[in-house]
Design a protein around this ligand. Structure first.
Ligand code: DGL
Length: 259
């Protein structure tokens, strides 16, 4: 079983990519809904949650872990790997490299949570892969919570998105990296805004390819175990609302867990 986790619903975008790449694999998805969002929390708190959830998933029988959260990866993937040396751990990092390689204008942007935006790991990623382009890091407080509550429309939110994205386009950005897994569910809102001026870069499919490369199970009974630390029924109900009804059909419900 492959264990995939996030603070909430965002990692479902990664889970869906893994389920498409490995249609028979048994998957567990844990949403830390009692503590979402991670983006405004302290680094130590995020690290504590990631290690507790990793331990919980391994105890449930997961033989691979996918940290389907940029914020959690930035602050804790190294410790998680140390804690489980025998288990492949796949993290999710903003697609700075593909954006830097494909930009024509030499300006790329990263939309991320506050915790990812301030992380040393993002600075390192930029130094390693984008030293020859201008990188505009744009924190987007509140966006993950919007996705969490499934309130993706509304004039105020639309105005906030415009206020954060239009200045990037005006600065010449032609690649916008979705540096938070929740933001994949904002593509229908973001795409019309950037159309013709910039491309959105999401790494969910690249993460799924990495899971396959590291030996993610091909055989299995295609079961999906949904787990949440608060209001598990919301997790199951959110799947169709996020366009993932086909995944909901694989799960018989969702369980409350307290790692
Ligand atoms: N989905 C997460 C990420 O990729 C975290 C969002 C949040 O909880 O603030 O960064």
């Amino acid at each position: 079983m492959i264990g995939v986790f996030d603070s909430g619903l965002g990692g479902l975008s990664v889970l869906a990519a893994i389920a498409r790449a490995l249609p028979h694999a048994d998957l567990a998805y844990l949403a830390d809904t009692a503590h979402v969002p991670y983006g405004d929390k302290h680094d130590d708190f995020i690290r504590g949650r990631v290690l507790a959830i990793g331990r919980h998933l391994v105890e449930r029988g997961c033989r691979m872990l996918v940290v389907a959260c940029n914020t959690a990866t930035a602050h804790a993937v190294t410790e998680l790997r140390h804690q489980h040396p025998g288990i492949p751990v796949v993290g999710v990092e903003p697609g700075v490299k593909p954006a830097a390689q494909s930009t024509q204008s030499g300006h790329i942007a990263v939309l991320a949570t506050e915790a990812t935006a301030r992380s040393e790991r993002l600075r390192h990623l930029i130094r390693s892969h984008a030293s020859r382009v201008a990188v505009h890091v744009q924190p987007c407080p509140g966006w993950a919570t919007r996705v969490e509550t499934l309130h993706l429309d509304g004039a105020e939110f639309a105005a906030d998105i415009r206020a954060r994205v239009l200045p990037l386009l005006d600065a010449g950005v032609d690649r916008i990296v979705l540096g938070c897994t929740h933001y994949a569910f904002l593509i229908p809102v973001l795409e019309p805004l950037v159309h013709g001026r910039a491309e959105l870069v999401d790494v969910a499919d690249a993460v799924a390819r990495q899971v396959v490369r590291l030996g993610g199970e091909r055989a299995g009974s295609a079961k999906l175990h949904l787990l949440a630390t608060a209001r598990p029924e919301r997790l199951h109900a959110a799947l169709p609302a996020l366009g993932l009804g086909w995944l909901a059909a694989r799960a018989s419900g969702a369980d409350l867990v307290t790692p």
